[in-house]
Design a protein around this ligand. Sequence first.
Ligand code: SF4
Ligand code: SF4
Length: 590
Amino acid sequence: MNKLSSIYTEKNNCQDCYKCVKNCPVKAIKLEDNSASVIPELCIYCGKCTQVCPANAKKVRDDLPVVRQALKKEKIIVSLAPSYISEYENIETNKIIAAFKEAGFYGVSETALGAEKVALETKNWIDRQENGVYISSCCPSAVLLINKYYPEHSSAVAPILSPMVAHAKFLKKIYPEAKVLFVGPCIAKKEEVNQFGEYIDYVLSFKDIKALFEDIGIFFEFMKPAEEDVFIPIRANKGNLYPIDGGMLTCMIDSINSDIDRINHNSNKKESIRYMTFSGVKNLKEIMRDFDSMKNSGKTFIEVMTCDGGCIKGPLAISNKSSASKRLNVLDKVSVEPRNEEMLSKLNELNISTKYDFIKKIEKEEYTLNQIYEALKMVNKKSEADELNCGGCGYDNCREFAKALIAGKAENDMCISYMRKIAQDKTNILLKKMPSGIVIVNDKLKVVDANKNFADILGDEVKMIFEANPGLYGADVTKLIPYHNLFSQVLETGVDIIEQDIRDGEHYFTLSVFSVQNHNLVCGIIKNLHAPEVRKDLVLNRTKEVIMENMKVVQQIAFLLGENASYTESMLNSILESHSNDKDELTNTK
Ligand code: SF4
Ligand code: SF4
């Protein structure tokens, strides 16, 4: 199986919007060379980034080509995740099985069989534990989160294989020559293959299977299932509840028949156990935060899944129905029919205990306040008041961003307020240095910004206003200039006006108005035609125009004029040069 990371970034697609950083619950994303890449050592493969990226830049490793090749030479059994019930809603089970077999798979088995065994083993393990808080090991993403980020509580995780791996181990016991392919909605399970490759060979998503079936031309509705198109080696029953919140607990708790048991949700054993279920990384992180304070309250078992609502809402699910609707589907379809006892005892004999000590814990970096202040200074935050905590960079607050800067995971230009300040400073300098009058006007015809030359061109009254309100922010353009209709026109039509001659009393101007944001913001550049540098420019431009026009004629009648043509051209060029020299002098004497 492919050992590359299960999630990667398509660098060309990344638009640097930081949405993945914002949504990553463990900030396992590094900004580098204008793209946001996943740091595998920090990632818990929850898949959030793949779901939120608006540019489709976060990709899940495509394992379908490997499985296609394997199908040609290997006997592959599908371990079908119980969330198939909500994915293949209204499709008869035997048609689903027939479709997989038509695609070349040897048979289909329910991962829920492994889930039932996991429930039993977890229950037995809990019963043997002292009072304390214990956590399920069914969700590989949750197991990664606890072992990487809360290693001090890793012993609370049940040392038991996940349902997928337990099921694969069972299938290998029954069909030793077969390979096992898991099909489900989960990215984290792709990572499990690296560690438990002895049992599980391939992991594909429901999306992959859809693509495979469509490619081969397999459609459930056209399948004609045979009698033998049933789950092998036996059907699962309550294990099919696993993909919903509380599903595992339902498998673990046999009966609740006294009031005190109801309060404690126990299973009528001597020792009371409180059973709880939570999904979503946020909940899980909160549990970890409060873990120590819960330890002294008897014995508690918590079923956790990182996907909100459970695996039915896994990142690679196809159906986007609500958790409630999917949940009902699962509840409606769980079967509790009697099963082959011999096969059940083989499942029960299976040893599914394991250790998760192969997961490398993340060393928490501690930074001094000084280091954090220094990092904040890099983005122009010199006091607490500068820390806006706007979250635009994707981090919860400025200090978390500063830590990411120190760790080399973030870049200065992720800070929006810092970048805005730089842009503003640059604009101010540009506006100041421009020899023409510049004014930026919004759709309400109010000034957003203007330079001093603009005020100077408009005369003493506007100059005074500018002194009191530099930039003329908020001033009404209709009261400042009589030709404001040109601004309204560009705002309305979006068509730019280039160098229109304007007369205002004794004064002559050229005015260009162009859109900065279509129908929202326009910029006006106004030149006083009496200004010496403008006059020079005008002469130069007009001379250039004459030369260009003349050149066309010269070329056409060159053979008639001979020497005279080049004489005319060099005459005009000399005018141009003399004015250029004047302009240079003018610039040099400034
Ligand atoms: S998969 Fe989850 S943990 Fe990994 S980078 Fe994406 S959002 Fe972060
Ligand atoms: S909740 Fe289910 S689908 Fe989501 S990461 Fe965990 S195991 Fe995978």
